[in-house]
Write a protein that binds this ligand. Structure first.
Ligand SMILES: Nc1ncnc2c1ncn2[C@@H]1O[C@H](COP(=O)(O)OP(=O)(O)O)[C@@H](O)[C@H]1O
Ligand SMILES: [Mg+2]
Length: 612
């Protein structure tokens, strides 16, 4: 090939198609092998030995066939018992080997998938909260299931091709050359023509596979979303909307998968045709070789058998590049997760938090979410004395939940600092910080487990007595006993079988059980009726005594006994003081209280509120 032609080709193909994999893919593959395949070399060796034995048994068949035909045509029958015995022995050996080889190889693939899932999941669990909320659960689920399955299948196909199929091909080709090297040489000469289409098709498979995996992620995400919103769908009569949306997603996956199958099938068809040509070639040349006496009918029969037996493994080896490309697309997506380093982690030299009084100080705190242009919190200053209860009130969207989420470092402040007993929370270990804080957030999350377990989430080693005491303190004991199996009742995914108020009380019980010195309650009793809320308030009054508590409450009547009330608006504190101070000031707080009095006839009127 002249240089001139190479250069002329450049504009059309910027990356010369000489290599089956580009540099990036080769690096990716090398890394994957080093991380995930090499450590399994022992299992690979076992599978390899089994595979080699299987290949030898396979390669012996054409020889036996040649031998039988030669003898048969010579009219000699004394060999019959021997040949039958050998065939039985080879067959038996092959089936036993096939069993062990299949299990050994599949085991490597399955083990790999389980290990990758476990590692990736653990990595995700340790990722930043901000990162976890950026992707939908469905997309992450799809990576952990679909993408890893692609990797498993590609690995299995590679192992089978690299070991079983290529060894079979080598053994069969070896016996072909032994039988008649000339015919073999001519016939096998057609296969190199398949290389270019194999590479081209494999590239197309990669592109298609990346798209398919993304679409599978989108589909899983939509599916999780729709199945998690059945109440909304029922009440708004969105069945058709939801089904239509899903149908479009299913159709797109269908289209992409079908395209992938069609691309790969083209390769199979090509390899099939080559196999046919090869057999025709054998017949043609064999006719000439046998009539000239250079070859026997036995050679011919053996050759044909070998070629037919080699067709399947040859097809598999030919299709391997496409499978590898499919796996590479998935490997890239998994490494995308594994390569992310969490940013809010322990600083080097971080020490455990030492809580004395549990005083929490917000010092000129600024925060904005990701790429949001407007800050959610700006210049927020507040000192919460150790053991004191501070309430945050204000319109929704004012930034109250954001403030509370900054304390356990779900997000890191973007300006200023939060200190607990004088220690900047970014300078202490995350573990010690989060063990010192119990947070009950607005949207209660429960696991599909027993009520007992859902409370024990607060402290996994709690005793039964402690769990019951926590439930009593959260005014949950009675309704728990009324459940079919009491504390052993399984509450269903996200607690769907409980009312909002019941769920909140379980979350509260878990927080109480945690027995942390700092308690953060973000509208933790908002779903309770006034009467239950009052019960919980009374129970909580004992619990919060001597504990630093930041409570966000929608119903203002519940916070009037707080040591301090802060009114937030647009991310800053606009008023701070006790209930009576703020009422006397007749400012933002008094306005909020008045507005609520008008709307909430259920609530007891707070003391001393001027009605206009
Ligand atoms: N995860 C998030 N990503 C981006 N913006 C958010 C996020 N959570 C809240 N916000 C925005 O931050 C502001 C404050 O929200 P939040 O603290 O939840 O208010 P509140 O609890 O007082 O109702 C709002 O403008 C809201 O839209
Ligand atoms: Mg909120």
């Amino acid at each position: 090939m002249s240089r001139a032609k190479d250069v002329a080709d450049q504009p059309r193909a910027p990356k010369p198609a000489r290599r089956a994999l580009d540099a990036h893919s080769r690096l990716l593959l090398k890394r994957f092998i080093a991380d995930w395949i090499q450590p399994r070399w022992r299992q690979l060796a076992v599978a390899g030995v089994l595979t080699a034995a299987l290949a030898v048994a396979t390669g012996a068949y054409p020889m036996v066939i040649k031998f039988s035909f030669d003898k048969l045509l010579a009219g000699d029958v004394s060999w019959l018992p021997l040949v039958l015995g050998v065939i039985m022995a080879i067959t038996l050996a092959r089936s036993v080997l096939l069993y062990f080889q299949t299990v050994a190889t599949q085991r490597i693939g399955l083990r790999l998938a389980a290990d990758m899932q476990s590692t990736t999941f653990r990595h995700l669990m340790n990722a930043d909260y901000a990162r976890l909320t950026r992707d939908t659960p469905g997309r992450m689920m799809s990576k952990l299931t679909n993408d890893i399955q692609f990797i498993q299948q590609a690995t299995l196909a590679s192992l089978n091709s690299a070991m079983r199929d290529s060894m079979s091909v080598i053994a069969l080709v070896g016996s072909m050359f032994y039988l008649d090297w000339m015919i073999s040489l001519v016939v096998l000469g057609v296969y190199p023509f398949a290389v270019v289409p194999i590479v081209t098709i494999a590239r197309r498979v990669r592109r298609n596979s990346t798209r398919t995996q993304a679409q599978l992620g989108g589909m899983t995400s939509l599916l999780a979303e729709k199945l998690g919103a059945t109440r909304l769908i029922k009440t708004f009569r969105l069945e058709d909307y939801a089904s239509g949306r899903m149908n479009a997603a299913f159709e797109e996956v269908f289209r992409l998968k079908l395209k992938g199958v069609a691309v790969k099938a083209r390769l199979e068809a090509l390899l099939e045709a080559l196999g046919g040509f090869a057999v025709a070639g054998v017949i043609l040349i064999a006719y000439w070789r046998i009539s000239s006496g250079a070859s026997t009918v036995g050679d011919f029969m053996g050759l044909t058998a070998a070629l037919l037996m080699a067709a399947q493994p040859l097809k598999a080896v030919g299709g391997l590049m496409a499978r590898v490309q499919e796996g590479l697309a998935a490997i890239e997506s998994i490494y995308g997760i594994l390569d992310e380093k969490p940013s809010n982690t322990d600083r080097p030299g971080a020490k455990p938090l030492v809580v004395k009084d549990g005083a929490v100080a917000f010092d000129h705190v600024d925060f904005h979410y990701g790429d949001a242009s407007i800050p959610a919190v700006s210049d927020f200053n507040l000192a919460v004395g150790g053991g004191r209860t501070v309430a945050l009130v204000g319109r929704s969207g004012a930034g109250k939940s954001t403030i509370v989420n900054l304390v356990p470092r779900l997000f890191d402040v973007t300006g200023g600092a939060i200190r607990i007993d004088g220690q900047d929370i970014r300078e202490v270990t995350l573990g010690s910080l989060r063990s010192s804080i119990a947070l009950v957030s607005q949207d209660v999350t429960l696991f599909d487990d027993t009520i007992r377990m859902n409370i024990a989430l607060g402290r996994l080693d709690a005793t039964e007595d402690e769990i019951v005491a926590a439930a009593k303190a959260a005014a949950a004991h009675e309704f728990i006993l009324a459940q079919p199996e009491g504390y052993a009742t399984v509450i269903g995914d996200r607690g769907v079988r409980l009312s909002g108020g019941q769920r909140q009380r379980l979350a509260l019980a878990a927080a109480i059980l945690k027995n942390a010195p700092i308690l953060l309650l973000d509208e933790a009793t908002s779903a309770l009726d006034t009467q239950s809320e009052r019960l919980v308030q009374q129970a909580l009054a004992d619990f919060t005594k001597g504990r630093t508590t930041i409570v966000i409450a929608h119903r203002l009547s519940t916070v009037q006994n707080a040591d301090l009330i802060g009114v937030m608006d647009a991310g800053t504190l606009v008023e701070v003081g006790s209930h009576s101070d703020l009422i006397a000031r007749n400012g933002a707080y008094a306005r909020l209280v008045r507005a609520q009095l008008l709307s909430d006839t259920d609530a007891a009127p707070p003391v001393g509120v001027p009605l206009n």
